[in-house]
Write a protein that binds this ligand. Structure first.
Ligand code: PHE
Length: 339
């Protein structure tokens, strides 16, 4: 190959058409490589050109070399820009794009019972209530005796209580009230606490489940009265239900309170007209019985307190106008997904 036969314009075209920097590198080596670059070779070959032509050919070759170097630099720059803008295009995130429904469904959320328990803790927490816990397998002594429930009381009846064959003297707690005794034994009044948790009874229909949730409340001090109970309960329940619900107190008997009250709320299901509905028992409350204070090592001559125990599922039935509490445990996402 001689200087004259080489079509330098064609070489420059190849540079301009190089599709990426690897191709460009190869072209650069082919043309300017020290060992076998065609332009390097052509410059070396100048030596054998007759002296009268050498100067002219040398000038021409150097001009081509400059053009090739410039073309290489220009193409390199173009390719660099292109790869940057390709990167910008490939990695772009369209923030206006909406997600498919399946992406939403996979996020999930708490079941409405633990969700509601958190809310209960928050609402009472704001009113200064501590959150207490107790075991679900409880001694008969704490579940009944210490709460002033006598040996022959129907609550101990085989029909209500789950007894544990392997563990005589223990039951699956039938209410959260034994936590009252546990808490009293460990705290000095004045204090106020709530205790949400699972409880167990042999009961199963649309408004009863063998396992359900309650939350207990206990407030003890020197001058606590039923007025405090009523004020705190009505404030908290109105906030928890999220609207004004009608409720009423009736006298009721629980061995561990005196006087004792039952609280009902008006339960209206979807189709009910205003004023329709039926009273659903939410739970019991009252002034802590002096015997119970004594069992908790608190002097009933100095301190008084109120206690309450409410069914969490029942509150949720009122809140969401649910007819049958069994839906809480069926795990049907079509139901659970609504909350
Ligand atoms: N423990 C009672 C129940 O389960 C409710 C209750 C709690 C009543 C505290 C009075 C005081 O039915």
């Amino acid at each position: 190959m001689t200087v004259t036969t080489m079509d330098w314009n064609a070489q420059i075209e190849r540079i301009r058409a190089a599709k990426d920097s690897t191709a460009l590198d190869a072209l650069e080596l082919q043309m300017l490589g020290r060992k076998q670059g065609v332009l390097t070779d052509a410059l070396k070959a100048l030596g054998s050109v007759p002296p009268e032509e050498r100067k002219e050919r040398g000038r021409e070759l150097n001009e081509w070399k400059e053009k090739i170097v410039a073309a290489l630099a220009k193409r390199r720059q173009e390719l660099g820009h292109a790869s940057l803008s390709r990167l910008a295009e490939d990695d772009a995130i369209d923030v206006t794009l909406s997600l498919p429904d399946s992406a939403h469904a996979s996020i999930g959320h708490l079941h409405l019972i633990p969700e509601f328990i958190r809310q209960i803790e928050e609402v009472f927490g704001r009113m200064g209530f501590d959150v207490a816990e107790g075991p679900e397998v409880e001694s008969e002594e704490l579940n009944f005796d210490m709460l002033n429930i006598p040996e022959n009381h129907p609550a101990r009846d085989m029909q209500d209580t789950f007894w544990i064959d392997e563990l005589p003297g223990y039951v699956l707690r039938t209410h959260t009230s034994p936590v009252q005794i546990r808490y009293m034994a460990e705290h000095t009044p004045p204090f106020r606490m709530i205790c949400p948790g699972r409880v167990y009874r042999k009961d199963a229909d649309a408004t009863h489940s063998p396992m359900f949730h309650q939350f207990e409340g206990l407030m003890v001090g020197r001058d606590i009265s039923l007025a405090h109970l009523k004020a705190i309960l009505s404030t908290a329940l109105r906030e928890l239900i999220g609207r004004d619900v009608e409720f009423r107190f009736r006298t009721g008997f629980f061995p561990f309170v005196e006087p004792g009250l039952e609280m009902d709320m008006l339960w209206q299901s979807e189709g009910d007209k205003e004023g329709e509905g039926r009273w659903l028992e939410m739970g019991g409350c009252g002034m802590v019985h002096p015997n119970v204070l004594s069992n908790g090592n608190i002097d009933p001559e100095q301190f008084r307190g109120f206690a309450f125990g409410f069914g969490i599922e029942r509150l949720l039935m009122i809140k969401h106008r649910i007819k049958d509490l069994r839906v809480f445990y069926e795990g049907d996402v079509r139901f659970l997904g609504q909350f």
